[in-house]
Design a protein around this ligand. Structure first.
Ligand SMILES: [Ca+2]
Ligand SMILES: [Ca+2]
Length: 80
């Protein structure tokens, strides 16, 4: 019986954690500003001149997009 309760607790808390992860949809202000096709990433042509100048530096995995992780390194004010 105790084991059942333990398993249920584990299942329940992991569901809660997963749910929290799912709800974490905070969009980076720069993505909000530049992501014109709403794919959640900034393509080279979507970026401002200022970002394009250092695009290679920001695009760590060199896939041509700045994703939500890479965009954190961009040192450009969203409002300009
Ligand atoms: Ca985009
Ligand atoms: Ca990238």
């Amino acid at each position: 019986m105790k084991q059942t309760i333990f398993l249920l607790t584990v299942l329940f808390s992991s569901t809660l954690l997963w749910g929290a992860e799912e709800n974490n949809t905070t969009v980076h202000p720069l993505i909000k500003k530049f992501d014109k096709n709403k794919d959640g990433k900034i393509f080279y042509t979507e970026a401002s001149k200022e970002i394009q100048e250092k695009f290679c530096q920001y695009d760590v995995n060199q896939d041509g997009y700045l994703d939500k992780v890479e965009v954190k390194e961009v040192e450009v004010e969203p409002e300009k």
